[in-house]
Design a protein around this ligand. Structure first.
Ligand SMILES: CC(C)(COP(=O)(O)OP(=O)(O)OC[C@H]1O[C@@H](n2cnc3c(N)ncnc32)[C@H](O)[C@@H]1OP(=O)(O)O)[C@@H](O)C(=O)NCCC(=O)NCCS
Length: 215
């Protein structure tokens, strides 16, 4: 029988969580964005370790980290996703690296084509009813075991204790497992499903799905 413990991130977890980053996202349409793991981990994990470790929860299964939920209660304390991406592009000179450069070129083409067609494209989410946000990733072997539920329940407790009016998340409409999971945990779909420029999953374009939760 597996034993799962949900606990707050500790500095000593840093290296192991970073190593978990790729495996915990495996299979999702967002598993690799522009093909440069270091900058992706910096945006979607390290920023949370550095800026809001008290909102970072770790699922430990049979003694080893198997997933995490990285959250932020207050957008004024946290740079937006597009700000973090813009910084990473500059810092890691992504435009000069072959795979990220191909991603950036595809993004520009997608944006141009969407503009011509009058199609919506994804952007940052900002709504004072749901200011908090989260990312959750669990390794394939620990999915369907309740580890994800445990992480989410720890986050809900933190949101309630912090007096947050609500939380949003941005997933992909094509990530059906994630959407079903979030719905089961009490989130509802919100708004349109705009195109996410640059990303392809199984050769297809993907669409952003915002989901919201209020205590
Ligand atoms: C999203 C995630 C945290 C959900 O946790 P989980 O432990 O897998 O959640 P569940 O096992 O409850 O699965 C959710 C639903 O998907 C269903 N499901 C199982 N396998 C599936 C599959 N291969 N494809 C689609 N749905 C599937 C489950 O039956 C369940 O539906 P139900 O509640 O109607 O029975 C986890 O799958 C994960 O980390 N995925 C990779 C990273 C990711 O996508 N993160 C979210 C990005 S926003």
């Amino acid at each position: 029988m597996t034993e799962t413990e949900i606990r707050l991130f500790a500095e000593a977890d840093r290296t192991e969580l970073r190593q978990l980053f790729r495996r915990a996202g495996a299979g999702a349409a967002t598993a690799s964005l522009w093909g440069h793991e270091e900058s992706e981990a910096e945006i979607y994990l390290r920023a949370y370790m550095d800026l809001e470790p008290e909102s970072l929860f770790v699922a430990v299964v049979d003694g080893a980290p198997a997933g995490y939920l990285a959250g932020s209660l207050d957008p004024s304390r946290f740079p937006s996703e597009s700000e973090r991406i813009a910084r990473a592009i500059k810092k890691h000179r992504l435009a000069l690296r072959p795979r990220p450069a191909a991603f950036l070129a595809r993004s520009v083409l997608d944006l141009g084509r969407a503009a011509l067609r009058g199609e919506l494209t994804a952007s940052d989410f900002s709504d004072e009813r749901w200011p908090a946000h989260l990312h959750i990733n669990v390794v394939p072997e620990a999915r369907g075991t309740g580890a994800s539920d445990g992480l989410m329940n720890a986050w809900f407790r933190r949101l309630r204790a912090g007096g947050s009016p609500g939380c949003h998340l941005l997933t992909l409409a094509e990530n059906t497992r994630a959407v079903r999971f979030f719905e089961r945990m009490g989130f509802t779909k919100y708004g349109a499903t705009p195109l996410v420029p640059g990303i392809r999953h199984e050769g297809r374009r993907v669409h952003q799905q915002a989901m919201v939760w209020s205590p």
